[in-house]
Design a protein around this ligand. Structure first.
Ligand code: LER
Ligand code: MN
Length: 280
């Protein structure tokens, strides 16, 4: 299991749920100094990344980029897969395709959370599902040959009204029917939407490819009331050994939030890895 931190560029809007807003190379260095194994890049557009420069910083620090996340495409530019206008849907797909090509450079996955969009007033849910599936499949056509996974992240009802819990995420994945389209639970959203962490993690186990963590209030783990010991024991029971990435608010300040998440999660991950190793 590895620990990631969600970061973004210096100009990222408040709707990007990241701690560090910084030149990406510097965000890598600041994360490395705190013990993280990698950074997730929350982007508006693939063009924001200077690939050679970032690769050089990753080499120097030993960090990875496990995931590129796309929430700002929805939140800042209002491009999304369920939009009634086909040209807007196409523009959203093009943004994600750019991120898929960038992800291939780093061996990363691409998340589709809020960019899936919403069910519009006066429209049936089935209409949203069909539009979303068409866009997801267009993205999968590019992702699959490049070996990039597209990960569906259920997002709570206060942000979108479409695919809020893990069961709904799994249903969309099954209907999409593409191998590269997998599930990305975020325990912050699960705490609001899912009946039980155990039930959802167990049901999704074969499809889970990446996990976001934040505490109940979206602060760093340990500063809210989620039981992370229980969450990690469920992850252990399903044999999840991938990335766990902190996607948290930069409060009380970015450095303190990032340090708390690492201080709290690294010992849990270490313990977990020790137990996994002895179980083998
Ligand atoms: C949004 O709340 C979120 O969790 C992001 O990772 C997806 O856009
Ligand atoms: Mn998330």
């Amino acid at each position: 299991m590895k620990l990631g931190l969600a970061v973004s560029t210096a100009d990222a809007l408040p709707s990007a749920f990241v701690v560090f807003r910084d030149e990406l190379g510097r965000a890598v260095e600041r994360s490395a100094a705190l013990g993280y194994n990698g950074v997730e890049l929350a982007l508006l557009d693939a063009g924001q990344v200077d690939t050679p420069r970032l690769k050089e910083r990753l080499r120097a620090t030993g960090l990875d980029v496990p995931c590129i996340s796309s929430g700002q495409v929805f939140a800042a530019d209002r491009l999304y897969f369920t939009h009634p206008d086909a040209a807007v849907r196409q523009a959203a797909v093009q943004r994600i395709v750019g991120m898929i090509r960038l992800a291939a450079e780093f061996g990363a996955k691409v998340n589709t959370g809020r960019v899936r969009g919403v069910i519009h007033e006066g429209e049936a849910a089935a209409v949203a599902v069909e539009r979303c599936l068409e866009c997801l499949r267009a993205c999968a056509d590019v992702a699959e040959p490049l070996g990039v996974e597209l990960i569906v992240e259920p997002v709570n009802r206060y942000e979108v009204n479409f695919v809020n819990n893990c069961a709904e995420g799994l249903e969309l994945i099954h209907r999409c029917g593409r191998k590269c389209v997998r599930l990305m639970p975020d325990v912050f959203h699960m705490n609001i939407e899912d009946n039980s962490f155990r039930q959802s993690f167990e049901a999704g186990a074969p499809y889970i490819s990446y996990v976001h963590v934040a505490d109940s209030n979206r602060l760093a783990p340990g500063w809210g009331h989620l039981d992370f010991r229980e969450i990690f024991s469920v992850l252990e029971d399903i044999g999840y050994d991938g990335w766990v990435t902190a996607e948290i608010l930069p409060k009380p300040d970015p450095e303190a939030a990032a340090a708390q998440a690492a201080r709290f999660l690294l010992p849990l991950i270490e313990e977990y890895s020790r137990r996994m190793a002895t179980a083998r």
